[in-house]
Write a protein that binds this ligand. Structure first.
Ligand code: ADP
Length: 684
């Protein structure tokens, strides 16, 4: 009640905005009354009510007295008694207050970009459109039909239901229009502007043809249907503002055609009926396109969100893959750096082993340290392999090789572990040998990895069987153990890198990448590998299938004799060892000297060039990472100065591109640290 009084009293504090709101209502109502009087027929539009809702929503409900006053004065022209005058002004004001309050309560957003906003607007307008006909008919009922002269109100001659629809039509057309234009449009691009002009132009043309000419249809199809096309395009492409504008424009063209006829002569009942039908039609159209346009806006918003999400994900993926690349590079560098200190350890161990005065106990200790060093070496190799495979810096050097020889080598590699763990091992080969197109080192790595695992994950004194058989164009290797087995959940995971089954049997000598490398190597050979186990404690089985047919992709097909590993006759040489790591250089020198070779040492590239010139060595063991000149450059300079002796690169990097670089620098061989004496002697 206080609010009511305050709002009425606030009229005394008239400001520019209040005057503007009141004037708008006054002008609109005057215009409507003018039409009522001129055409002397109900035109069934009440823009004052629609305006009242929009304005009170935009400027605040406290403006209702201004609305009331504007409408009231606007009605005076109607030359009517006080009652209908009051009824009209009261209805429109009430419509405005209730409508604005509802819209605010439901947190209506006038951008109309959500379906809920369109639904709320339509529902609120449908409810508030009841007010005018109800008050008008209520008064007629209370005070008698004569009290409200028929020509004084737009409801005259209409039933209550029709009056409601007519009132609803007005609000559905005008309220969204005002609300949506209350927010200034964003600047549009030239293309959108052209599209807008074209769509509005087509809507206007169809509406003019439909309402202002005798062309009612094209080929028997009513022009009314053709209106759907530009409205649809507008709701999909141009958004709520332009769709509502097109609708308001089309409805105005329709109405003015009736008004202009009514100004010339009284409208016939059929024409009045058509006017009513037109209003109904536009009311329906408004509801339909308000919903379509808001659904479309929602979809656009969701698409934008999705695009933002996808671009966020892309950035994250990029960052992750960058991180992954850095991590791989770090692992590769780490593996390389750890190999360097291993080189003098290996050399020193070999040197110790050669000492004749070494006691049995000391020899056992050397063997034990050697075993651990080999394990570290193997782990470092695996680490390098896994990064190279994931970085796709890995190529197979396929040759034609005998299955029998390959298996024999692999079994030899794993034999010591089988024996150390007291396992019974049996290998069955096909009666007829077959040739495979494989990279022998990698094939042996596959089989050795599996044999090592079988030996590691089987309790002391276990039974391990390797069966190789041919089946059609494939060779199938089945490795079965009666070890700790694998639980079903882990079976799916064990081929992924860094996955280990945590069990009490875990030996702790692996880092969980062996099987991942094995699987990738098998797949690079066009084969596949599957693991089986009935569960923990029930043993495991690994089945590798590889094609026998020589692959068409195999680059170099040359017989693999397996002889590469047999050491050549060793005899004394003059050797220049070049390594900036003094420990490594010293250990290797002592080892070579112990074997009777004459050894000179250099710690820098310049020193190496100088010593090579002075001592004319038959072999140069050249480290690549030197403090002054890179080993490749030293090799190049030696070759260009006419140096013809054997050049062997000694490096911690064993990657494909390092081998290629070594070849390009005219090295004869490329060895990856740590190297054993036998490896060097095989080459010199
Ligand atoms: P690592 O042996 O270094 O842990 P692998 O990739 O070779 O890594 O093996 C992954 C895991 O698969 C192992 O940790 C082990 O739990 C399981 N596994 C591999 N081979 C066997 C086997 N023959 N029997 C039981 N478990 C095995």
């Amino acid at each position: 009640m206080n609010d009511l009084v305050n709002n009425i009293l606030s009229l005394r504090r008239l400001n520019r905005r209040k005057i503007m709101v009141g004037s708008i209502l006054f002008l609109v109502q005057t215009l409507v009354v003018f039409f009522w009087l001129t055409i002397n027929a109900p035109i069934a539009i009440s823009p004052a009510g629609s305006l009242a809702i929009a304005l009170l929503f935009l400027v605040g409900s406290s403006y209702w007295p201004t609305i009331f006053l504007g409408t009231f004065i606007g009605m005076i022209l109607a030359d009517t008694t006080i009652l209908p005058l009051f009824a009209c002004a009261l209805s429109y004001t009430l419509q405005g207050i209730v409508g604005a309050r509802f819209l605010r309560t439901f947190e209506f957003d006038l951008m109309l970009s959500r379906l809920r906003d369109s639904v709320i607007l339509v529902a609120v307008l449908a409810c508030t459109a009841l007010i005018y006909p109800s008050i008008s008919f209520g008064m007629e009922f209370l005070f008698g039909a004569d009290t409200l002269s028929h020509t004084d109100t737009f409801t005259s001659g209409l039933s209550w239901g029709s009056a409601w629809i007519a009132s609803l039509f007005s609000t559905l057309i005008f309220t969204p229009f005002i609300l949506r234009w209350a927010v200034m449009p964003q600047p549009r691009t030239f293309n959108v502007l052209m599209e807008t002009v074209l769509t509005l132009g087509i809507t206007a043309t169809i509406s003019i043809l439909l309402f202002w000419t005798n062309t009612q249809d094209i080929g028997g199809i009513s022009l009314a249907y053709f209106l759907f096309a530009p409205l649809f395009v507008s709701s999909i492409r141009l958004g709520p503002r332009m769709t509502i504008t097109a609708l308001t424009m089309s409805a105005s063209i329709g109405l003015t055609s009736f008004i202009s006829s009514g100004m010339v002569r009284a409208l016939t009942p059929t024409e009045l009926q058509a006017l009513f039908q037109t209003e109904l039609f536009f009311g329906m159209l408004s509801i339909l396109f308000l919903i379509i346009v808001s659904i479309e806006e929602e979809r656009k918003e969701k698409t934008k969100e999705l695009e933002a999400h996808v671009s966020g994900l892309r950035t994250e993926i990029r960052e992750l893959s960058d991180d992954d690349r850095l991590k791989n590079e770090f692992i590769a560098t780490l593996a390389h750096e750890l190999r360097n200190p291993l080189a003098p350890v290996v050399s020193t161990l070999e040197l110790l082993r050669m000492r004749e005065e070494l006691s049995r106990e000391a020899l056992e200790l050397v063997t034990r340290v050697e075993h651990q060093t080999n394990t570290v070496k193997r782990l470092l190799d695996d680490l390098l392999d896994v990064t190279r495979i994931t970085q796709k810096k890995f190529k197979l050097r396929k040759v034609q090789a005998s299955l029998r020889e390959l298996i024999t080598h692999s079994v030899n590699n794993a034999e010591h572990l089988m024996n150390a763990n007291g396992h019974r091992f049996r290998a069955t080969l096909p009666t007829e040998d077959v040739l495979l197109s494989v990279d022998p080192t990698r094939f042996e790595q596959i089989v050795t990895n599996l044999l090592y695992n079988a030996a590691k994950y089987t309790e002391h004194g276990g039974q391990i069987d390797l069966v190789c058989k041919t089946e059609g164009k494939n060779v199938i290797l089945t490795l079965t153990d009666n070890g700790i087995g694998i639980n079903p959940e882990s079976l799916e995971q064990i081929f992924l890198p860094f996955r280990q089954m945590r069990t009490k049997h875990h030996t702790g000598t692996g880092i969980g990448i062996g099987l991942s490398i094995t699987k990738q190597l098998v797949e690079m050979h066009d084969g596949n590998i599957v693991a089986y186990s009935e569960g923990v404690g029930k043993g495991s089985q690994f089945v590798v299938t590889l094609p026998i047919i020589v692959s068409e992709n195999s680059t170099e097909i040359e017989p693999h004799t397996g002889n590469e590993k047999s050491p050549r006759q060793s005899f004394a040489r003059t050797i220049l060892v070049v390594d900036d790591n003094t420990d490594a250089a010293q250990a290797l020198t002592r080892l070579l000297e112990h074997r009777g070779h004459t050894v000179y040492v250099a710690h820098t590239g310049m020193e190496a060039l100088e010593n090579a010139r002075l001592f004319k060595p038959e072999v140069v063991l050249l480290d690549i990472g030197l403090p002054d000149i890179e080993g490749y450059e030293v090799a190049r300079r030696l070759r260009s100065s006419g140096f013809r002796s054997k050049l062997i690169a000694l490096t911690g990097y064993g990657q494909e591109e390092d081998r290629i670089k070594a070849e390009e620098a005219q090295f004869d061989h490329h060895l990856v640290k740590p190297v054993s004496l036998s490896e060097i002697e095989k080459l010199i």
